[in-house]
Design a protein around this ligand. Structure first.
Ligand SMILES: *[C@@H]1O[C@H](CO)[C@@H](O)[C@H](O)[C@H]1NC(C)=O
Ligand SMILES: *[C@@H]1O[C@H](CO)[C@@H](O)[C@H](O)[C@H]1NC(C)=O
Ligand SMILES: *[C@@H]1O[C@H](CO)[C@@H](O)[C@H](O)[C@H]1NC(C)=O
Ligand SMILES: *[C@@H]1O[C@H](CO)[C@@H](O)[C@H](O)[C@H]1NC(C)=O
Ligand SMILES: *[C@@H]1O[C@H](CO)[C@@H](O)[C@H](O)[C@H]1NC(C)=O
Ligand SMILES: *[C@@H]1O[C@H](CO)[C@@H](O)[C@H](O)[C@H]1NC(C)=O
Ligand SMILES: *[C@@H]1O[C@H](CO)[C@@H](O)[C@H](O)[C@H]1NC(C)=O
Ligand SMILES: [Ca+2]
Length: 856
């Protein structure tokens, strides 16, 4: 039997919004192109972009054998540019980051056109990046025709294709593999073999020679002839102007014949299958049939500018079945209203059963008292039937009372199936036409399965809350998520955790502020009764407390004023009068808008999966800071199903199993059939913690001659594995406990060590000065960063020299080397080297919790 699973992956406030691209006929619609806010006003750039997209659309149509083109594209113009009516004004309610991002080149970030974050063959990436410089230079930027380059990036981004030009590296030399041997000849890596060019040594600029092993010498490379007449492949040498097709293994002609032998990424990751083979397996392909060669492929391009604050309509089901959920929903929505919705935004509240009820008109948030009055308008009782359409219609009419409706958001929470007219089909067209986005929350397994589609059609996200899972935070997560995402001023969710304690018991948790975040940090508890609750946050210097009063309603919070100090914070929670069961959530914002913060994004594209015994459902999360992958993070997916089961699974970046590439910042795992043990929707939350690296030391060489020891470990980074550590602090002591508890006060043997790049092997040779016999020495390592923060202590290794009195010649103790020599010669002197149980420790104190959940 095949069961269908609707996966709603809960999401993350980390700025990433799922792409809203859909296919209408053969055309991709709602492709969002964003021009970064720091780019200076340049209307020329906008016309360059328009021409580029129009040209790319026609090239895409040809390359896809008349199957796909760009039908509707939105270009979002920076907020500060002047608008003389040429840009449509939209509200900030949906602040997505863009499928194609035009950014200014930045120091230390990749500046070549690329598609970020490709998890696996056939699974698309996160976004396409072009810099303004490249766009302005056009072909002179050196990448060939930029419209062709965009088709190439689209291949990565949409269909999960990989490069066919040489990018694979040799395992041993780490050099890019340029050639492979075929029928006794050295062939350049290319698809197709029709691509002409010459081999030359790029150091000497002369013809290549073969080395003594008969291989092309190491600096030899292949330069494709720009005048080559080859037509494939898009994923290969796209800078050749004649390239117009993808490689295809079915091809009868040589012109597009896939070269499965070439050691390139496409063959590596896709088991030798051609680009076109992979496209044919994609849902986009299955959903279309080829169009006509002469069809118009010119996209409609809409220029938009976000100039006005957010507009939100909260739409809550109050039909009879909601009786059990209405209190919890009210608590969670109160939190959204009181602490999450941005200042200056407009909020309206509507409930629905068999009719829509306007509870609060669109109201501008200008003060805390406005927030309170909105919260008091939330519905508290539930009865009668369900007409989702009636609710949507009421929200729609209310949103229309404000001008500039485009980009407004309706958040619909419901537990039921619609059973009264008007039905959603009747009202949706007018909403989509106005560009209103609908996020949906399905509460419980009976909630309408149409919700996913409603979100998808309107470009919103869909969430699922099972209501059965004990200790779940997913209701609060799901209700808060889209509002953090829509904030122009990025809100970072540091942690959400369920707190369940009895009277006078203290609930404790902690969180870390690193150097990238700390502005507007808030810790809040969402629960029914907040009176008499003591919520306290503490770091080494400050304590902030809030005691709930009878006047507080569903939520209490503590804010750290200004920018929170970097470091660890403890959170304490208790009540002197009653038990507490609630959700504690912690948010902060980047220190500055330029700051690259840690981001987590779930990259799967399947909205539903077919269940079968052999099912392996892969889950991918990209953990990045700016354009740089983050290594050594602990990434956990928390998965809840409809019947209340919950399980955790760990995602790894280790190139094993579901994970395709080592240390590329994409963490992967398979969810197994026995874990998906119920038919229906799932809620998946991805948590990233402790992304800092760990030092594990190993004693690798003991020299008997001169009493030296060598320890090795993998170098860790200074900050998120970016940049070398500043130094290593190596300490030893003859007392295990004192080294462990107070390493800073022990003897140091750090002389002259210059940290290498993260991941490289560090090796340190040392002697213990004045080493004593019959003594055990304990040694451990910590990394030190540029702020002089020391990391946690590594595992502790021990060195001791036991001498056997009987064999030891006291008169000849010219240092210990003699003892060693004796030991070797007669075998009675024992060097004891113990590697204590490998206590894996995190090297940096800056452990950070971030999470990502997102709906597909
Ligand atoms: C709204 O503005 C007030 C006062 O400036 C500030 O304290 C508060 O944090 C803001 N709220 C949000 C959600 O941005
Ligand atoms: C949208 O808002 C802007 C102000 O931001 C205003 O100038 C414009 O007239 C509005 N458009 C419509 C159609 O109301
Ligand atoms: C609240 O809890 C903190 C930490 O446990 C404690 O130091 C403080 O005295 C408490 N405040 C009140 C008013 O109970
Ligand atoms: C071990 O250390 C000794 C002395 O420092 C050195 O001569 C020897 O090459 C080292 N062996 C290895 C495998 O590094
Ligand atoms: C980090 O160490 C490597 C050697 O492993 C060195 O080449 C590089 O310049 C160092 N980076 C910095 C930023 O110091
Ligand atoms: C070293 O240990 C042995 C037995 O383990 C003992 O007989 C001897 O006295 C010790 N020597 C010193 C210098 O402590
Ligand atoms: C770093 O800390 C060490 C000891 O913990 C101290 O001696 C040193 O002066 C500090 N350096 C800086 C730059 O703060
Ligand atoms: Ca990986």
């Amino acid at each position: 039997m095949k069961l269908i699973f609707f996966i709603s992956i809960c999401l993350s406030g980390l700025g990433f919004a799922k792409s809203t691209i859909s296919l209408t006929g053969n055309g991709y619609t709602d492709i969002l192109v964003t021009v970064a806010d720091d780019i200076a006003e340049n209307t020329q750039l906008i016309s360059i972009l328009q021409d580029w997209l129009i040209e790319a659309s026609s090239k895409l149509y040809i390359a896809s054998k008349y199957r796909f083109f760009f039908k509707k594209i939105i270009i979002r113009i920076p907020e500060k540019w002047s608008n003389n009516g040429q840009y449509i004004v939209t509200s900030a309610s949906t602040n997505k980051e863009g499928d194609i991002r035009i950014e200014s080149p930045k120091e230390g970030e990749r500046s070549n056109p690329h598609a970020c974050c490709l998890p696996a063959c056939g699974v698309g990436g996160q976004y396409i990046h072009f810099t303004t410089d490249v766009m302005v230079k056009g072909e002179d930027a050196g990448f060939g025709n930029l419209a062709t380059v965009l088709v190439h990036e689209w291949g990565h981004y949409r269909w999960g294709l990989f490069d066919e030009y040489p990018t694979s590296r040799d395992k041993y030399t780490n050099k890019i593999i340029q050639f492979y041997s075929h029928n006794g000849r050295w062939e350049p890596v290319r698809c197709t073999t029709e691509i002409e060019g010459k081999m030359f040594n790029y150091v000497s600029n002369r013809n290549c020679k073969l080395d003594s092993k008969g291989k092309p010498e190491s600096d030899c490379s292949f330069a494709a002839d720009s005048g080559s007449k080859a037509i494939a492949s898009m994923m290969g040498h796209a800078y050749i102007s004649s390239i117009s097709q993808f490689c295809d293994s079915d091809s009868t002609g040589e012109k597009t014949k896939h070269n499965a032998e070439a050691p390139n990424m496409q063959n590596d990751k896709c088991s030798g299958q051609s680009s076109w083979d992979i496209i044919k397996q994609h849902n986009d392909y299955k959903a279309t049939s080829p169009g006509n060669e002469f069809d118009n492929t010119r996209p409609e391009i809409i220029l938009q500018q976000t100039q006005i604050s957010g507009r939100f309509c909260l739409l809550i089901d109050v039909s009879g079945s909601m009786e059990n959920f209405i209190d919890d929903a009210k608590d969670a929505l109160t939190t959204v209203i009181k602490t999450i919705l941005p200042n200056e935004s407009y909020v309206g509240i509507v409930s629905f059963n068999d009719k829509g009820h306007l509870l609060k008109r669109m109201t501008k948030i200008t003060s805390e008292s406005v927030r309170n009055s909105l919260a008091y308008s939330l519905p508290a009782t539930a009865d009668r039937g369900t007409s989702i359409g009636a609710g949507l219609e009421t929200c729609y009419q209310e949103l229309l009372t404000l001008k500039n409706v485009t980009g407004s958001v309706i958040y619909l929470a419901t537990d039921g199936e619609e059973n009264e007219p008007p039905y959603t089909e009747e009202v949706l067209p007018s909403l989509t036409e106005k560009g209103i986005v609908i996020h949906t929350l399905a509460i419980g397994s009976l909630a309408d399965e149409k919700l996913n589609d409603i979100s998808k059609i309107t470009g919103g996200s869909s969430y699922f809350y099972s209501s059965e899972t004990v200790d779940s935070t997913s209701l609060v997560d799901a209700l808060i998520e889209p509002f953090t995402e829509s904030s122009k001023d990025k809100i970072i969710r540091i942690k959400t955790v369920h707190a369940d304690i009895s009277t006078l018991q203290v609930f404790e948790t902690n969180f870390v502020i690193d150097d990238t975040i700390g502005r507007d940090t808030i810790v809040q508890l969402t629960t029914h009764v907040v009176r008499d609750v003591n919520l306290t946050i503490q770091n080494s210097e400050m304590t902030y407390t809030k005691i709930g009063t009878a006047g507080d309603n569903s939520v209490i919070y503590v804010k750290i004023p200004g920018i929170a100090q970097i470091g660890n914070y403890d959170v304490f929670l208790f009540s002197t009068t009653h038990d507490i069961s609630g959700t504690l959530s912690i948010f902060s914002k980047p220190v500055s808008s330029k700051q690259a913060v840690l981001q987590v994004n779930v990259l799967n594209t399947e909205p539903e999966i077919q269940h079968s015994a052999g099912l392996l459902f892969p889950l991918y999360a990209a953990v990045y800071k700016g354009s740089m992958p983050v290594n050594n993070a602990t990434v956990i997916a928390v998965i809840e199903n409809e019947i209340g089961d919950s399980f955790n699974t760990i995602l790894k970046d280790n190139a094993i199993g579901a994970d395709v590439s080592l240390n590329d910042g994409i963490y992967s795992c398979y969810i197994l059939p026995n874990e998906l043990n119920a038919n229906g929707r799932l809620s998946i939350k991805v948590i990233v913690e402790g992304y800092s690296a760990k030092v594990v030391v190993e004693l690798t060489n003991i020299s008997n001659e001169d009493n030296t020891y060598t320890i090795t470990w993998y170098a860790v980074g200074d900050d998120l594995d970016k940049g070398n550590a500043t130094s290593y602090d190596i300490r030893y002591s003859d007392k295990f406990q004192t080294l462990k508890t107070n390493p800073g006060h022990q003897q140091s043997i750090t002389a002259g060590i210059i940290p290498k790049e993260p991941g490289e092997t560090e090796s340190f040779v040392f002697r213990i000065p004045n080493i004593q016999r019959n003594t055990t020495y304990y040694i451990a390592v910590r990394a030190v960063d540029d702020q002089n923060n020391t990391g946690d202590l590594s595992n502790i290794i021990t060195v001791s020299i036991l001498n056997d009195q009987y064999w030891f010649d006291d008169e000849n103790t010219d240092g210990l080397s003699i003892a060693f020599l004796v030991g070797i010669s007669i075998g009675a002197l024992i060097i004891v080297v113990v590697l204590l149980a490998c206590i894996i420790t995190l090297i940096k104190k800056k452990k950070v919790h971030r999470m990502s959940n997102y709906a597909i």
